[in-house]
Write a protein that binds this ligand. Structure first.
Ligand code: NAD
Ligand code: GDU
Length: 328
C-alpha cells in the first residue's frame, strides 16, 4: 500500500516525503510544480500533474494501491489571496473537492491535511487552542478552513477520516542541508533575512514596530519543518490505529518577534544585516502563538528543534550552500 503526497515537491511536502521514506513507506508524489521543485523530491514515484485534473488523479489512483493521502498542494500567499480570492477557492477548495471525490471513488478514506494558523484570524486569547474561534481574516485562511469543514461533513456522510494540522510558522531546512525553502517570490521572514545575509538584498524591511509587543514588532511561533514532517507521520499512524478524525495545532508554544529573528540570524551568520522600519503589512496579527498540547498528548509529538537558534542554523546551512535555491 502506498501513501500519496500532493504538493510533495514543495517546501513542507518534500521534507515530509523524506520522513515517510525513512519510515519505510511507499511514497507517490503528485505536484504541478507551480511553486515546487522536482529536485526537492528525493525518492518515491513522482507524477507531474494537477490535482484539479480529475482524470490525472484517477490514473494515479488506478495505477497504485493508495492507502492514505497527505494533502499539501495549495496556494498559500496571504496577500495574493486577498487580491485573487477566486484563484484560492479554485486551487484550495475546488481542488480538495476533486481530490476527495477521486479518493472516495477508489475507497480511500484517510487524509492528513496542511491547515494553518490563518484559520484563527486575530486570536482572542493566547496561546491559541484548537477550540479557539476560527474567524479567518483573508481568503487563504477562509479556504483552508472550508476544506477542514468539508472533511468534517465527509466523515459523517462517508466515514472519511482526516487529521488537519494547523501549522504556525514553518521554518528551517533539513538538517543535512540538502533540501530547504525556495519560493519565488519569497515572502517569509527567515529566508528573506537569509537573502540579506547573503548580500542578495540590501536590507530587511520590518513591517511595523508599533504593535502591542515588547519591541513593537510582530511575534510568531516558528516551528521546524522536520518537526512538521514528523507530525505528519505521527498523524498518519494515529489514523491507522484509531480511525478518528481530529484537528491539531503544530507550533512550539513560544513566540519570537521580528527583531529577535533578525538578531538571531545576525548571530548565526555573523553578518551585520541592515533592517529598516516599514509600514505594517495589512492583515498581520500582532501575536500568534500555538498551544501544541493536544498534538503532544494525543499524537505523542515531541518537537526536536524547539529553539530559534537551531532552526535558523539549519536554514543557514541550506541557504549558504544553495544561494539560488534549487536553481543552482
Ligand atoms: N509555509 C508555511 O509556513 C505554512 C504555514 C501553514 C500552512 N501551510 C500549508 O502547508 C502546505 C505546504 O506549504 P509550503 O510552504 O510547503 O508551500 P509550497 O508552495 O512550497 O508547496 C506547495 C506545493 O503544492 C504544489 N501545488 C500547488 N497547487 C497544486 C495543484 N493544483 N496540483 C498539484 N500540485 C500543486 C506546488 O507546486 C508546491 O510544490 C500548503 O497547503 C500551505 O497552505 C504552510
Ligand atoms: O520582509 C518581511 C517579511 C515578514 N515580516 C514579518 O515577519 C512575520 C512573519 O511573516 P511571514 O510572512 O514569515 O509569516 P506569516 O506569519 O505572515 O505567515 C505564516 O503564517 C500564516 C498563518 O498566520 C500562514 O499560515 C502563512 O502561510 C505562513 O507563512 C510577520 O509579522 C511579518 O510582518 C517582516 O517584517 N518583513
Amino acid at each position: 500500500m502506498a501513501v500519496l503526497v500532493t504538493g510533495g515537491a514543495g517546501y513542507i511536502g518534500s521534507h515530509t516525503t523524506i520522513e515517510l521514506l525513512e519510515r519505510g513507506e511507499d511514497v507517490i508524489v503528485v505536484d504541478n510544480l507551480q511553486t515546487g521543485h522536482e529536485k526537492a523530491v528525493v525518492g518515491g514515484t513522482f507524477y507531474l500533474g494537477d490535482i484539479r485534473d480529475r482524470s490525472f488523479l484517477d490514473r494515479v489512483f488506478s495505477q497504485h494501491e493508495i492507502e492514505a493521502v497527505l494533502h499539501f498542494a495549495a496556494s498559500s500567499l496571504v496577500g495574493e489571496s486577498v487580491e485573487q480570492p477566486l484563484v484560492y477557492y479554485e486551487n484550495n477548495v475546488i481542488a480538495a473537492h476533486t481530490l476527495l471525490s477521486v479518493m472516495l471513488d477508489h475507497g480511500v478514506k484517510c487524509i492528513v491535511y496542511s491547515s494553518t494558523a490563518a484559520t484563527y484570524g486575530e486570536p482572542g486569547q493566547l496561546p491559541i487552542r484548537e477550540e479557539s474561534a476560527t474567524v479567518p481574516t483573508n481568503p487563504y485562511g477562509e479556504t483552508k478552513l472550508a476544506v477542514e469543514n468539508m472533511f468534517r461533513w465527509c466523515d459523517r456522510a462517508y466515514g472519511l477520516k482526516s487529521i488537519s494540522l494547523r501549522y504556525f510558522n514553518a521554518a528551517g531546512a533539513h538538517p543535512d542541508g540538502t533540501i530547504g525553502e525556495d519560493h519565488d517570490p519569497e515572502t517569509h521572514l527567515i529566508p528573506i533575512v537569509m537573502q540579506a545575509a547573503l548580500g542578495q538584498r540590501e536590507k530587511v524591511h520590518i513591517f511595523g514596530d508599533d504593535y502591542p509587543t515588547e519591541d513593537g514588532t510582530c511575534i510568531r511561533d516558528y516551528i521546524h519543518v522536520t518537526d512538521l514532517a514528523n507530525a505528519h507521520w505521527l498523524a498518519l499512524e494515529h489514523l491507522r490505529r484509531h480511525h478518528r478524525s481530529g484537528v491539531y495545532n503544530l507550533g512550539n508554544g513560544r513566540g519570537f518577534s521580528v527583531k529577535e529573528v533578525i538578531e538571531t540570524v545576525r548571530d548565526v551568520t555573523g553578518q551585520p544585516i541592515q533592517a529598516d522600519i516599514s509600514p505594517r503589512r495589512s492583515g498581520d496579527p500582532a501575536i500568534l502563538i500555538a498551544s501544541p498540547e493536544r498534538a503532544i498528548r494525543e499524537l505523542n509529538w515531541k518537537p526536536k528543534y524547539d529553539n530559534l537558534h537551531t532552526i535558523v542554523e539549519t536554514a543557514w546551512k541550506w541557504h549558504k550552500a544553495h544561494p539560488n535555491g534549487y536553481g543552482d
